[in-house]
Design a protein around this ligand. Structure first.
Ligand code: NAP
Ligand code: G4F
Length: 337
């Protein structure tokens, strides 16, 4: 039997890189939709050791032709739509771009599948941000009403509902994963976890003295990206298409994340190194996310493997290594010139 084909949008991002590794290990042929950029940085895929194992298609989620071309030529068995303007903060500055990529992107992809390859299975990267501050006794479940609080969350809510609509209208195997925050050493540096672990590594090595942050009381249900891409894959292996909420079931504040990250490098008086900068406060924040992913446990057999403490350690250790390596590289350059 020939290998299954998976098309991943957003392949160069954090989740795209972990998912590629998972699918290659399972014997898939992996195709990645990649948009043109000046340096074509595929750093995450290099770090995962998979950059040369992918078949690339030129394309952008804002360009319908390129999306149609990719679907028609690849005829994938599975499509993972991870491509997005994924940073909530930027979505107030670039709301139209965010909407075009995150809301109309899935519509373009689903339409291309509907007309050219309707048997493909489709995964939509939805998010806990869609809940906003809505909860049921402190928890979010699949039944909690949505109340999006940013242009990002609103655009993602469209992606979520259009996925459900194509399933209900055309019988397509299209599902949406409502994933809570998941992090890793490949997390973009603008997100709070990576901003903290990079800052801590630099402070430990005497290259910085402080980290500037916004709301330290915000709480998130933080898991490990490697665990979460397994849930995406499991959702597309089910008999019937169904949406699932994916979370660890634990919630922690930014403050707790800071404390653990600094503790990892032996700094206990961490408050000395953290300053509040109003620039990082959001016009409308989501104050606490805490997911209840019982259906995923029961029906997908999924559960997170990496604890919050291990996640923080993994991210701090990776950034310490990065800082050490770049300091070593600088010393080599200094010795040469
Ligand atoms: P990420 O690291 O920011 O990656 C985003 C990816 O989208 C990058 O590969 C980026 O490509 C691509 N992209 C951006 N604009 C595009 C466009 N116009 N056309 C095609 N591709 C485009 O995000 P992530 O953390 O891996 O998240 C993956 C998905 O899950 C996103 O949809 C995100 O919104 C969603 N999500 C994430 C989390 C989380 O906690 N990580 C939670 C819930 C949902 P370039 O390299 O070219 O920029
Ligand atoms: O790390 P964040 O930027 O992640 P956020 O906004 O929760 O979004 C991430 O998770 C979503 C799933 O819930 C994804 F859909 C989305 O794509 C993305 O991956 O911010 C987390 C919290 C916020 O409450 C923010 O106000 O940390 C707070 N925070 C405090 N200081 C900060 C900062 N966030 C950032 N990025 N930078 C700060 O200096």
């Amino acid at each position: 039997m020939s290998a299954k084909k998976a098309l991943i949008t957003g392949i160069s991002g954090q989740d795209g890189s972990y998912l590629t590794k998972l699918l290659l290990d399972k014997g898939y042929r992996v195709f990645g939709l990649v948009r043109r950029s000046v340096d074509r940085s595929l750093k995450n895929l290099e770090d995962m050791g998979v950059v040369d194992k992918i078949e690339y298609a030129d394309g952008d989620l804002t360009d319908e032709c390129s999306v149609m071309k990719a679907v028609k030529s690849i005829r994938p068995d599975e499509v993972y739509n991870l491509g997005a303007q994924s940073f909530v903060g930027t979505s107030w500055d670039n709301p139209i771009l965010t909407t075009e990529v995150n809301a109309l992107g899935p519509l373009k992809l689903l339409n291309a599948l509907r007309y050219f390859h309707p048997t493909a299975r489709y995964y939509q990267a939805s998010t806990s941000e869609m809940f906003g501050n809505s909860h049921d006794k402190g928890l979010q479940t699949e039944q909690t009403p949505f109340h999006p609080r940013s242009p990002y969350a609103i655009s993602k809510l469209y992606g979520h509902w259009i996925t459900i609509n194509f399933r209900e209208s055309f019988g397509m195997f299209a599902v949406s994963g409502i994933l809570f925050n998941h992090e890793s050493p490949l997390r973009g540096p603008e997100f709070v976890t990576r901003k903290i672990t990079m800052g801590v590594a630099k402070i430990k090595h005497g290259l910085a003295n402080e980290i500037l942050l916004g709301n330290l009381d915000s709480k998130r249900d933080w898991g490990f990206a490697g665990d979460y891409v397994e849930a995406m894959w499991l959702m597309l292996q089910q008999k019937e298409p169904k949406d699932f909420l994916i979370s660890t079931g634990e919630t922690h504040s930014v403050r707790e994340f800071l404390e653990l990250a600094f503790k990892r490098v032996g700094i206990t008086d961490w408050e000395k190194h953290v300053k509040i900068d109003p620039k990082f406060m959001r016009p409308a924040d989501v104050f606490a996310l805490h997911g209840h992913s019982a259906s995923a446990g029961k029906e997908l057999g999924w559960k997170p493997k990496v604890s919050f403490e291990k996640l923080v350690e993994m991210m701090v250790d990776a950034d310490l290594k990065r800082v050490e390596n770049s300091a070593r590289a600088d010393r080599v350059v200094e010795a040469i010139i």
